[in-house]
Design a protein around this ligand. Structure first.
Ligand code: ZN
Length: 260
């Protein structure tokens, strides 16, 4: 299978997954870049996967569905602007010969789901919408910090070689914050230099590699003693709060929200 990141709006990626002359698109917030890519590569759109209801993820769903007849799958607990098959954790789809496992990842929105392809070659792939970003995570709009932490834990448990297809090019901004949290993390320093180079060359920093994210992403490292201490100092947490995983994670997310 081949993964194509279609840039849209100011910093979105619409992920197109191609197999032979067929394709699946994930979170088409805009239809134009998808129609253009289908025409350029002479592809038939087989299915549309939606991770959550935000407009920059579903804005092109209705037009693409109408024009191509592609089947739409979306989160069971959210609205999608086209007829769709609702999916949730435990559901398995088979698309373009790939097994697709649905994982509930609430937090950014109440019903957010991710799509995991365990048998994809050369490496497993996860489409995680706005839950996990390279070096960061989504804002908590509808869920709770406890839900978001559990959702990130579920993604962190996937195989280390999983390619993480995030929906936004937020990496450099996230890494600037990550370095404020962990200035002495040498993996983080090296990865930042690598991503700066990629952006300077006009390339996406994505997909990210999950194993690397575990070494550099503060939101996957909130239980690490160094991160915990940095958050406790920044947010003036009490001893009890510093030893409470959810309290530390919530304070870390708040720190990022306020970070300039
Ligand atoms: Zn969103």
């Amino acid at each position: 299978m081949k993964l194509i990141a279609l840039p849209a709006f100011s910093d979105n990626y619409l992920w197109l997954w191609q197999q032979g002359k067929h394709a699946v698109v994930v979170d088409p917030g805009d239809d134009a870049p998808v129609f253009e890519a289908l025409a350029r590569h002479e592809l038939t759109l087989t299915a549309i996967l939606v991770t959550h209801h935000h407009a920059d993820h579903v804005g092109g769903v209705a037009q693409l569905h109408q024009a191509t007849g592609a089947h739409v799958y979306g989160p069971a607990r959210e609205e999608v602007p086209a007829p769709f098959t609702p999916v949730m954790s435990g559901d398995t789809l088979n698309l373009l010969g790939q097994t697709v496992q649905v994982i509930d990842v609430p937090g950014h929105t109440a019903g957010h789901v991710a799509y995991f392809l365990p048998d994809a070659l050369p490496h497993p792939v996860v489409f995680c919408g706005d839950t996990l970003f390279s070096g960061g995570c989504g804002r908590i709009f509808e869920g709770t910090p406890a839900q978001m932490l559990a959702s990130l834990d579920a993604l962190a448990a996937l195989p280390g070689n999983t390619q993480v297809c995030c929906a936004h090019e937020y990496t450099l901004g996230n890494l600037r914050f990550a370095l404020a949290v962990e200035p002495d993390n040498t993996d983080l320093q090296a990865y930042t230099a690598q991503c700066q180079q990629r952006r300077a060359n006009g390339q996406p920093t994505l997909p990210a590699q999950l194993g690397n994210e575990l070494q550099i992403n503060p939101f996957l490292r909130s239980r690490h003693p160094v991160v915990r201490r940095a958050v406790a100092q920044h947010a003036h947490l009490s001893f009890d709060e510093e030893n409470n995983d959810v309290a530390v994670f919530a304070a870390l997310r708040q720190w990022k929200n306020d970070f300039k």
